[in-house]
Design a protein around this ligand. Structure first.
Ligand SMILES: [Fe+2]
Length: 435
């Protein structure tokens, strides 16, 4: 008898990754009372109970019906949990499953999915190869977990979540910027088994030389911009960004306020002094762009970011992660909601790229100057609504993932996108300049 260990390994990976996502979903939806699950904490967000049943419904549609060929359990709720049919602002008015029902539904789907994983060959079709569909659904759940964590941050009231502080940082001897030499590198991926359609295919890019910040821009550096009157001077701002900060009276990152000469921030129900050495968080693309202009610099493009993160000049190879090809560990990066904040700069020297750029993965999503566009040779998979409908000049690309991103949804190639006005997301940035 021969045992197909690679299939067993893939099945175990599928089960482990889905279980890790569900444990996090359970934490996020059991740490508040039921009335907090059904309330809408911001018009930008869904009630948490919508996310919970939506996670179950997407899993039912893809893993039970499409992959498993099973009969539908709740076809009647497909429309309620269709993100394209109902914008977030409208979701509280829908006949949503109550918290207990939503929990039971998601658990029922998951129990049946475990059976599907055991019975389905993990090869022979693009959706099945290397267990792609299971990886896609685990990433989907983790992305909603990050969204739910944003809802937790927007929620008023006492802290519901706690986590240990991140490690201390040490920037002694670190240069402020790193030179990335001119030349070709391979961007994107074809081989990464669970990479999503917008990360594909691998292709060559010729990138002129540039300098990029060694670490993300810190609160301390950003405060210089604030205190230099950066929010009062139109010359630093893109016209739409200037209009937005004037219209909404924005004078600092979201969740910051000044009291008695001190800058404070609200973080998951706790008010605390803004720590100078942490990457700045909750800034829009317009704020990042204005800061960079004020500093005499610019945002890196997406291809510059990826080259700084993945290019190894010694071998010419493109790595999976800045530190190499191995999966992230707690020594490499601040990921997975292990901490409820970015780590101070200089905290993850083992996560540095071959060129010496640090904290590219984890901590804060980094705004880039690039619009969200398809790579040459892009093919929508497995559905147009995953990426293709968002391509265009409306959305800017963010890279690298935040402290709220799980490792399954974070790679050197992973692309996130959002509107340039958004600042409730876990967004920060670093700057660059031409040589
Ligand atoms: Fe979704």
């Amino acid at each position: 008898m021969t045992v197909d260990t690679s299939s067993e390994e893939l099945r175990r990976r599928a089960v482990d990754t889905l279980t890790r996502a569900r444990d996090r979903t359970t934490l996020l939806t059991s740490s508040v009372e039921d009335n907090d699950l059904t309330a809408q904490h911001s018009p930008l967000m869904s009630p948490l109970v919508w996310d919970l049943a939506h996670i179950g419904n997407q899993e039912e549609q893809w893993l039970l019906r499409t992959v498993g060929g099973r009969d539908a359990i709740r076809p009647d709720i497909d429309s309620i949990y269709d993100a394209f049919e109902h914008p977030r602002s409208e979701r509280p008015t829908l006949p949503l499953l109550a918290p207990a029902e939503a929990r039971a539904y998601a658990a029922d789907v998951r129990n049946r999915v475990i059976d599907v994983i055991e019975r389905t060959p993990l090869h022979g079709a693009p959706l099945l190869d290397a267990g792609f569909a299971f990886g896609m659904i685990a990433q989907h759940e983790q992305q909603h977990d990050e969204t739910m964590l944003i809802t937790h941050q927007l929620r008023r009231g006492p802290a519901a979540l706690t986590a240990p502080r991140p490690p201390a940082g040490d920037t002694t001897g670190l240069p402020s910027e790193v030179l990335v030499p001119a030349g070709r590198f391979t961007m994107g991926t074809t081989a990464e088994p669970w990479a999503l359609d917008n990360e594909r295919p691998a292709h060559q890019r010729l990138v002129p030389a540039f300098f990029i910040d060694t670490v993300p821009v810190t609160n301390g550096a950003y405060l210089h911009f604030v205190e230099d009157g950066g929010y009062a001077q139109e010359r630093w701002w893109a016209p739409e960004g200037w209009a937005q900060i004037r219209q909404h009276g924005i004078t600092a990152p979201l969740f910051w306020r000044q009291e008695g000469g001190q800058w404070l921030r609200r973080r998951f129900g706790v008010t605390e002094a803004v720590p100078a050495d942490e990457p700045v968080l909750h800034v829009s693309w317009y704020e990042a762009d204005a800061y960079a202009r004020w500093a005499g610099r610019r945002l890196p493009s997406e291809e510059e970011w990826e080259k700084a993160a993945r290019h190894d000049p010694a071998t010419g190879r493109t790595l999976r992660y800045p530190w190499g090809d191995g999966e992230p560990t707690p020594e490499h990066a601040n990921l997975g909601q292990r901490h409820l904040q970015p780590a101070p700069v200089g905290s993850y020297p083992k996560g540095a790229s071959p060129l010496g750029v640090q904290q590219l993965i984890g901590d804060v999503w980094e705004w880039t100057s690039s619009d969200f566009l398809p790579y040459p040779g892009f093919v929508p998979f497995p559905y147009r609504e995953y990426s293709e409908v968002f391509f265009g000049s409306e959305h800017k690309v963010l890279r690298g993932g935040s402290f709220a991103v799980d490792a399954v949804a974070c790679r050197g190639t992973f692309r996130n996108w959002d509107l340039p006005v958004r600042r409730q997301i876990f967004s920060g940035f670093r700057t660059a300049r031409d040589v």
